[in-house]
Design a protein around this ligand. Structure first.
Ligand code: NOJ
Length: 561
């Protein structure tokens, strides 16, 4: 293996774990997670095989959008700790071989940010032009453009102080920064440089399509600048400061538009993009017990440059958005996984975690995570997925899935010693509450989700064919419920099979080129670890919602134990 290359482009084969410091682990007993509490849990994360942490915003904020509304880019929210605690966290993570990326939320600030206060107070202030203003809204009706239709009906709000209208694609308390202003672009670089200097390994860039929206760049366009230049400049800047720093972009667009954000042939924009089209089609396939939507989206996935990578995920901290499906398709997913109004959000998504959506069916839940770890790309987990946490629908909006981490069945779930009424957010009860789902119990149970997840992650990390290789969909005859795929890299190949149906199935999988392959090695929990192979067709039985991974072994192929 060309070791240098694989470790240089570390994001191609990473296991990313997203968490919010506030809900992970409380050290000082005030009911709110903190940086010291997280540092205390780094060994747990290293133990399950996480190789990169993604921290949701932890900067000072009025918290009207759970921290995605920042008032100071150069500090830590005092409720979560200090910059000293942050550096201690980074140092501990590095010591355990773990990288750390953080959210870069620079499409907008909080309306409480000193820049916006100055901008409103005085149109002559240099900060006025940090935001996007209009004397009158350029369009009368922008209700179809708002991101959060439950709270907003326009992307323009009149500011009483200045008498002008300001742009905000999200909540009205999140005024958009004007990236056409070179001073703002310099400020963004300074923010990135600051955190890189403190040791982070890159950024999950929030709301990228809005950030490069030409409406913010009218003056840039007039000056002949391409709005994508902001991404190119940012990429060049972070690479100068830290050669292997990564940008992971949040771009929820269909494949064709999405591809642009990697940059041209020379891959000069973001390194990684979340594969929203894949995620949405996966839920449709799950709802239908039919893999064809997933096959189609995989077939249409555009090729990407070698330095680029897809980030794949089952759930994130937002609603499970299904906005790229047709109305009828979305309804199918709603009917299957979130039929109650209260489970749905913004008319486009579900505010649930996976296990309750699949009614706790363990085989099916594991099949989905096996898919996450075997599809080409870098897997991104959301905290608590490794133990199968559920949501708390009593919490409004998107926060239903952001409940405290469930460490044990102790009062307070091992999250905090504070009385429950002081908790940053209430825990769920019932079959997904901490009495039923927690880390401590699952560590002691060999067959638990947590132990299974740890084994799959270990296997994923040993299988660079998935992150680096060439992907091929394999034929399974008439078995529509089975997705079979193969990843080839440096003369090694792995094959994965997933049954989207609850009924067992016998499949004949055409493996393709098996020149030199003597045997197939089961890479997960198969009862027969090694079987001889004497032809290109693998004939095997898959259990209902079963999943299997195999390595095609021959002389000179990779052969981890
Ligand atoms: C995307 C984030 O994931 C979401 O949580 C946030 O509300 C918006 N961007 C605005 O920052």
């Amino acid at each position: 293996m060309t070791t240098g290359r694989t470790s240089d482009l570390w994001w191609k084969n990473a296991v990313v774990y997203c968490l919010d410091v506030e809900t992970f682990h409380d050290w000082d007993g005030d009911g709110r997670g903190d940086l010291t509490g997280l540092t205390e849990r780094i060994d747990y994360l290293a133990g399950i095989g996480v190789s990169c942490l993604w921290l949701m915003p932890f900067q000072p904020s009025p918290n009207r959008d759970d921290g995605y509304d920042i008032t100071d880019y150069y500090a830590v929210d005092p409720r979560l700790g200090t910059l000293g605690d942050f550096v201690a966290l980074i140092r501990t993570a590095k010591d355990r071989g773990m990288r750390v990326i953080i959210d870069l939320v620079v499409n907008h600030t909080s309306d409480q940010h000193p820049w916006f206060k100055a901008a409103r107070a005085d149109p002559q202030s240099p900060f006025h032009d940090y935001y996007v203003w209009a004397d009158e809204p350029p369009e009368a009706d922008t209700s179809h453009k708002v991101v959060f239709p439950d709270q907003e009906d326009s992307i323009w709000t009149k500011d009483a102080k200045s008498g002008k209208w300001y742009l905000h694609n999200f909540y009205r308390h999140q005024p958009e920064l004007n990236i056409a202003n070179p001073a703002v672009r310099d400020e963004i670089a300074k923010i990135a440089g600051f955190w890189l200097q403190l040791g982070v390994d890159g950024f999950r860039v929030d709301a990228v399509p809005f950030l490069v929206d030409p409406r913010h760049s009218q003056s840039a366009a007039a000056a002949g600048l391409d709005p994508h230049d902001i991404l190119r400049d940012l990429r060049a800047f972070i690479s100068r400061r830290k050669g292997d720093a990564v940008l992971l972009g949040e771009v929820n667009l269909p494949a064709k538009g999405l591809r642009k954000f990697f940059g041209d042939e020379d891959a000069d924009e973001v390194h990684m993009l979340f594969d929203f089209p894949l995620m949405q089609q996966m839920y449709l396939a799950l709802a239908r017990h039919d893999t064809r939507p997933l096959r189609r989206v995989l077939e249409k996935r555009p090729p990407i440059p070698e330095e680029s990578q897809w980030a794949i995920f089952v759930r994130n901290h937002d609603e499970l958005t299904l906005d790229q499906l047709t109305d009828a398709q979305r309804q199918e997913v709603f009917d299957a996984f979130g039929p109650d109004d209260d489970m749905q959000l913004f008319g486009r998504g579900l505010r649930r975690r996976l296990p309750p959506m699949l009614q706790g069916d363990e085989a099916r839940i594991r099949m989905v995570y096996s898919l996450l770890f075997s599809l080409p790309g870098t897997p991104v987990l959301f905290y608590g997925e490794e133990i199968g946490m559920g949501e708390n629908l009593a919490i409004p909006g998107r926060l239903s899935v952001r409940t405290p981490m469930q460490w044990s069945s102790d009062p307070g779930a091992g999250f905090s010693s504070a009385p429950a009424k002081k908790f940053v957010r209430p825990l769920p009860g019932g079959e997904y509450g901490p009495l039923a789902v927690n880390v401590a119990d699952q560590r002691r149970d060999r067959s638990s989700m947590l132990n299974w997840m740890e084994r799959v992650i270990r296997r994923r990390r040993e299988t660079p064919e998935i992150g680096w290789g060439t992907f091929t969909l394999l034929e399974t005859g008439s078995a529509r419920s089975v997705l079979a795929h193969r990843c080839d890299w440096e003369s090694s190949a792995v094959v994965a099979l997933h049954n989207f149906d609850g009924a067992p199935v016998q499949v004949q999988v055409d493996l393709g080129d098996v020149d030199g392959v003597a045997e197939v090695v089961d890479l997960l929990d198969g009862s027969i670890p090694v079987q001889p192979l004497d032809g290109p067709v693998l004939d095997l039985a898959l259990e209902g919602y079963g999943h299997r991974w195999f390595r095609l072994r021959g002389p000179g192929t990779r052969n981890p134990p």
